[in-house]
Ligand binder design. Structure first.
Ligand SMILES: NC(=O)c1ccc[n+]([C@@H]2O[C@H](COP(=O)([O-])OP(=O)(O)OC[C@H]3O[C@@H](n4cnc5c(N)ncnc54)[C@H](OP(=O)(O)O)[C@@H]3O)[C@@H](O)[C@H]2O)c1
Length: 364
């Protein structure tokens, strides 16, 4: 079970002379449960830990699930700070830390805890960030692009010239799949709602309007009934079934979320029950799909893969920082918000208007 490493000295509202600001939640609920608090004392790094002065924190759909209490894997006690990833500057080293220097720029996948001016992180989970990249762009890579990179290269094992279908191609992970897929020389189809068709086309993806078109028919006719090598789908179980029917023999469906169910869930919903139901349906589907001309289906989780292959997480994020420094990828930052406007950032994300990524700019 994950444990909070910071000790909270909470005083809600403005306190003169506070050491630092942090966004915390005291209960699960809508965006306005995100509260800005002033902490009276900077947190101190313990053995093997580092204090990081946060420059930028990503805002992700997954953070909205953590806020609603429907994200399995975060069991922090209230009050706690959400926020799946950060980029910052090493501010203080705890005892026993070697190989990291104060002032160095670093990134981390926190899962929760990055909506803060100062965070305590285990030294061995930090990844160095090149000095010549913008922290806002850099933080966009940590969750969204690493997810995309690992699904493309570690799970999908895709090669230049192969064909993929990307659902939600205008979203943070979808955009990342498109940009990294372009570098890899893939032929790409992508679904998005009507207003986002141009955005998706500009990413080098053949857009499909899932609101007005049947994506199965569109993909099959554009590939002369061959189908695609891999589909990336985080929409819903129903969508997974339709996606599976667009695969070539030997093709792979890579699922990685349940966006529709998650968006419509309220705080207090027993998401665990929904998850159990989804798991049961998922097992049924996998049984049905088993040995269907070599087609297969898998579920990707960034935290599970990081646990089993921490070296891959580090290598892949470093590879992405290099692609960013070389300008081979360039995340579309739809909007940035100050830390104090985390509520507005979550509202905007849940309205479904964002194309690309939104980020909290915590410090200059
Ligand atoms: N398993 C993992 O390790 C992992 C890692 C990161 C994220 N995720 C999951 O991945 C999903 C996407 O995350 P994100 O950060 O990219 O979210 P996001 O930035 O909010 O993007 C999701 C996009 O999906 C589109 N969409 C909604 N319904 C759709 C449908 N029926 N068909 C096609 N597109 C649809 C939406 O745009 P339009 O509808 O307007 O086109 C939205 O922009 C979430 O469920 C998240 O929890 C999982």
């Amino acid at each position: 079970m994950l444990k909070l490493t910071a000790i909270f000295f909470l005083t809600i509202g403005h306190v003169h002379g506070a050491a630092y600001k942090q966004v915390v939640i005291n209960e699960y609920g809508p965006p306005d449960v995100l509260q800005v608090v002033n902490q009276a004392k900077l947190p101190e790094p313990g053995l093997g830990e580092v204090r990081v002065k946060v420059l930028a924190a990503g805002v992700s759909f997954t953070d909205t699930m953590v806020r609603k209490g429907i994200y399995v894997g975060v069991e922090a006690e209230f009050p706690f700070s959400p926020g799946y990833d950060l980029v910052g500057i090493v501010d203080k080293l705890g005892p026993g830390v070697e190989g990291i220097t104060v002032g160095q720029r670093v990134a981390d996948l926190t899962v929760y805890g990055s909506y803060t001016e100062y965070a305590i992180r285990p030294a061995n989970s930090l990844v160095a960030v090149p000095d010549n990249v913008d922290p806002v762009e850099a933080v966009s890579l940590v969750l969204s692009y690493t997810t995309a990179y690992q699904m493309l290269h570690r799970v999908g094992d895709l090669k230049a010239g192969q064909t993929v279908l990307i659902h939600g191609a205008s979203g943070a992970v979808g955009m990342a799949l498109a940009q990294i897929g372009k570098v890899a020389g893939l032929k790409m189809f992508g679904t998005a709602s009507t207003a986002k068709q141009d955005f998706v086309e500009n990413l080098g993806v053949s857009p499909i309007d899932y609101k007005t078109e049947n994506f199965v028919e569109k993909v099959m006719s554009a590939t002369e009934n061959q189908g695609v090598d891999v589909v990336f789908d985080a929409v819903s179980i129903d969508n997974f079934q339709r996606s599976f029917s667009t695969l070539k023999p030997g093709g792979k469906l890579i699922t990685y979320g349940f966006y529709s169910q998650s968006l419509s869930s309220e705080a207090g919903d027993s998401f665990q029950m929904v998850k159990e139901f989804l798991k049961w349906k998922w097992l049924q589907l996998r049984w049905k799909w088993f040995s269907s001309e070599g087609r297969s289906a898998d579920f990707y989780s960034i935290t599970d893969l990081r646990k089993s292959h921490p070296d891959w997480f580090r290598e892949d994020l470093e590879a992405l920082f290099q692609l960013l420094a070389n300008k081979e990828i360039s995340p579309e930052i739809w909007k940035t918000f100050p830390l104090s406007e985390a509520v507005q950032a979550h509202q905007l994300l849940e309205q479904g208007k964002v194309r690309g990524k939104i980020v909290l700019r915590v410090a200059e």
